[in-house]
Design a protein around this ligand. Structure first.
Ligand code: FES
Ligand SMILES: [Fe+2]
Length: 428
């Protein structure tokens, strides 16, 4: 349980709030590179700030305030130039540093550009990595954008899935360190959703948590297993401060504002050995629906959708004054404690947990990973088909509902499945 005041402290993300300042110390994924194949401008709202992300005609990305400094037109409707973004209202242009570099009409009367020189809008650095575009809204010097090892794995098909979720980011992140929910919310609930009544999945017998540089590891022992199981010896990763790493996919819970978050999933699947070498030219990105438009109910069929039902079910901002934490919630208490420590560190002018500033250390940073061997060495198609988990991923993108048909086709082509689907329709 938290006091109302502590709950507010942990959930407010705006500029000038303690948590808002802490979250601004980290890079956040806000868009996918492939989105800019079709549109040069994407409106982005992050930690309560309305911004536009654009790619100009020279290929430079900029992330600047959404409203023009002249008379506040919406730059999401601007157009990009060789350098910078032009407002569609009177043609002012801003570069990626936020400087106004053109004022077409004013320049006739003010050849020295006095007005232009003093117009600067908010602008933040952007970096490209792993098919994502990352933003940093904190004080300089910015830390390094972490180079997680999976970002350079070869022979894989990656896709990026966004979901706009109407709740505060922290309740999603608390789900990143909650081992027991897996048994009830994914395994047993999925069984019931499909009409089964049992038997239920092996129960959790024991859970454990370890801290490491980039977050916390959670571990579990379930019925039928013991402490030699990799789910205990290696565990899963609650990645600091707002992400989850499952071995072949990351999920970031990006704070949009106090009441909304953007779920960003980056998912890798190694192609079968027969399809190697495979080089992915373009990482597709799509936005997943989370609500059934016919019934108005949340979608419950896929893993992350089920998680989302839990997050939004807790309310727009979970009221932590009313909760009753038990033994299954030790991880939740741990991360809250760490967040308060980080708030104190930032208030004292120090770095919070998990920042990377050493260039030499920022190469293929390895995270605890149960499936590393498979993702880096691969399997044959026959092995995939026999595998209790991976065989299902060949046929359906289990993480999110709503994978577009063209992404499914691309995936099947990469996996060497498309050629056989015409021969073996029963496999679908
Ligand atoms: S409002 Fe943007 S140029 Fe006038
Ligand atoms: Fe989950």
């Amino acid at each position: 349980m938290l006091s109302a005041e502590k709950n507010r402290t942990l959930t407010q993300v705006g500029a000038g709030t303690p948590m808002g300042e802490l979250l601004r110390r980290y890079w956040h994924p806000v868009a996918a590179v492939s989105e800019f194949d079709k549109n040069a401008i994407k409106p982005v709202r992050i930690v309560g700030e309305d911004l536009v992300l654009y790619k100009d005609l020279s290929g430079t990305y900029g992330l600047i305030a959404r409203h023009c400094r002249h008379r506040a037109a919406d730059l999401a409707y601007g157009y990009v130039e060789k350098c910078g973004l032009r407002c569609h209202y009177h043609g002012w242009v801003y570069d990626e540093g936020g400087q106004c570099i053109e004022q077409p009409f004013e320049q006739k009367f003010d050849p020295q550009g006095r007005l232009k020189k003093r117009i600067r809008t908010a602008a933040y650095p952007v970096q490209e990595k792993a098919g994502l575009l990352w933003a940093y809204l904190g004080p300089r010097p910015a830390p390094l954008l972490p180079d997680w090892e999976p970002f350079s794995w070869k022979n894989g098909f990656v896709q990026i899935v966004f979901a706009e979720v109407p709740c505060n980011w922290l309740q999603a992140q608390e789900n990143s360190i909650d081992p027991v929910h897996f048994e009830w919310m994914h395994e047993n609930w999925s069984l019931r959703l499909k009409g089964g009544t049992g038997p239920y999945a092996p129960a959790h017998l024991k859970i454990g948590f370890d801290e490491f540089d980039f977050g916390f590891v959670y571990k579990r022992v379930r019925e039928g297993a013991d402490e030699s199981d990799p789910l205990w010896t290696t565990g899963r990763v609650c990645l600091w401060p707002n992400a989850f790493f499952l071995g072949e996919h990351f999920e970031w819970r990006v704070p949009v504002d106090d009441e909304n978050m953007l779920s960003v999933a980056w998912s890798f699947i190694r192609v079968p050995k027969e399809a190697e070498p495979y080089e992915q030219k373009n990482i597709p990105a799509w936005t997943a629906p989370i609500r059934d438009t016919q019934t108005g109910r949340w979608i419950t069929s896929h893993v992350i959708n089920q998680d989302i039902v839990a997050w939004v079910g807790q309310g727009v901002i979970a009221d932590r004054t009313k909760e009753n934490l038990g033994a299954s919630d030790r991880g939740i208490s741990l991360i809250r404690k760490q967040l308060f420590k980080d708030l104190a560190a930032v208030a004292a002018g120090k770095d919070p947990k998990g920042l990377v500033r050493d260039v030499k250390a920022n190469r293929n940073i390895e995270l605890p990973n149960i499936g590393r061997k498979l993702y880096t060495e691969g399997m044959t198609l026959a092995q995939y088909r026999e595998h209790p988990f991976w065989s299902r991923l060949l046929e359906d993108f289990r993480w999110h509902y709503g994978q577009p048909e063209e992404v499914r086709r691309e995936f099947r082509r990469a996996m060497g499945l498309e050629a056989e689907s015409s021969r073996r329709p029963a496999d679908r």
